[in-house]
Design a protein around this ligand. Structure first.
Ligand SMILES: *Cc1c(COP(=O)(O)O)cnc(C)c1O
Length: 356
């Protein structure tokens, strides 16, 4: 039995893998593989259309929102977004809460003025700053909803009168949220949406109208909208896997139902760790991530032993990110509660062994 706590690419539902593997050999009884059909055929158009409608349905998007599936991962959005909405005469505001936010800021600086409204770098990104103000002359305000590496998550949506933009790569579809408050959302698919190789973008029609002119077509969101995410050959298989994963989420009650399970998973893990002095939880309690739980151990010998024990018990992906060290357990949508029960049992057994 394998328990997959990988941070990304990460666990997906087993039934998705089973159906996707059948489609590689014979897609929908056509005698053709999903890997060899043209993207401009009704066969694939149906897949893309279903994926788009499932996103609109699950996220309860209003009719002002466009849904795109684009190449290049979230890292392409770090520069594509400012390329469309920033210029030397304009300013954008950013919140700096970790590695991914910092990268987004670095890329935006290539296109215009960037103001960092607040940062938690002073305490190794272990908390979310509050009380910051977003200048009203910003073209947009950008933040990361869940900091995958540092294990912090924003439990609130910032109040601002400027267009709100978020990188939701590692917690999209994991909890209910008023997604319509955002002018622009992006997320790499490989954490909660599906397979690596595609990026979800949800953009407000009015916001898109404010974009810069004379961009390369592949960089211009409006051109992608006009072409229905099919300006060129889309990542067909990755989009197919996303569609299957979205179907799975809908079948299992959608975001509301998965949020209940995700909360149980996070509460079980954090409450277990809180009771064991052997482990430390570096993140400010109110800002703990429900998707990526980060914890450390002061004793390096025991740390190695715990890693070895996890390995022996089939627990994959428990080691922390190289920037942070310690441990990181990712609790994405497809991870069952039983996997969290398994690792908390292991944590308790380990603590009992070394308590004496
Ligand atoms: C994983 C991740 C990224 C990077 O995604 P790529 O698809 O590899 O470019 C960006 N932001 C956040 C919050 C992430 O978790």
């Amino acid at each position: 039995m394998i328990h997959n706590f990988n941070a990304g690419p990460s666990i997906l539902p087993k039934e998705v893998f089973e159906e996707a593997s059948r489609a590689i050999v014979d897609f929908n009884n056509t005698g053709l593989s999903i890997l060899e059909i043209g993207h401009r055929t009704p066969l694939f158009e149906n897949v893309l259309n279903e994926a788009v409608s499932l996103i609109k349905d699950l996220m309860q998007l209003d009719s002002n929102k466009e849904v795109l599936f684009l190449h290049g991962g979230a890292s392409t959005q770090f520069f594509q977004l400012p390329m469309n909405f920033l210029s030397k005469e304009k300013k954008a505001s950013y919140l700096d809460c970790g590695v991914w936010g910092t990268k987004a800021i670095k890329e935006a600086k290539n296109f215009g003025l960037v103001e960092v409204v607040a940062s938690s770098e002073d305490k190794n990104y272990t908390y979310i700053p509050t009380g910051f103000e977003v200048p009203i002359d910003s073209s947009y305000f950008h933040y990361t909803t869940n900091n995958t590496i540092e294990g912090t998550q924003m439990q609130w949506i910032p109040e601002t009168s400027v267009p709100l933009v978020a990188d939701m790569s590692s917690d999209i579809l994991s909890r209910e949220m008023d997604f319509n408050r955002f002018s622009f959302i992006y997320a790499g698919a490989q954490k909660n949406i599906g397979a690596a190789g595609v990026n979800l973008v949800v953009a407000d029609k009015e916001f898109l109208k404010q974009g810069n002119e004379n961009l390369p077509s592949m960089m211009d969101y409006r051109v992608h909208v006009a072409n229905g995410s099919m300006l060129n050959t889309p990542p067909v298989f990755a989009i197919y896997v996303c569609m299957l994963t979205l179907r799975w989420l809908k079948k299992n009650g959608g975001i509301k139902a998965i949020e209940e399970i995700n909360s149980k998973k996070a509460e079980l893990l954090y409450s277990t760790l809180e009771q064991i002095p052997l482990f430390q939880l570096p993140v400010n309690k109110a800002d703990r991530s429900f998707m990526n739980a980060v914890f450390t151990m002061e004793n390096p010998t025991l740390e190695k032993e715990f890693v070895a024990l996890c390995k022996k018990e089939g627990m994959v992906g428990v080691e922390g990110h190289r920037n942070v060290g310690g441990f990181r357990v990712s609790l994405y949508n497809a991870l069952p509660l039983s996997s969290v029960e398994a690792i908390t049992d292991l944590i308790n057994a380990f603590a009992n062994k070394y308590a004496s």
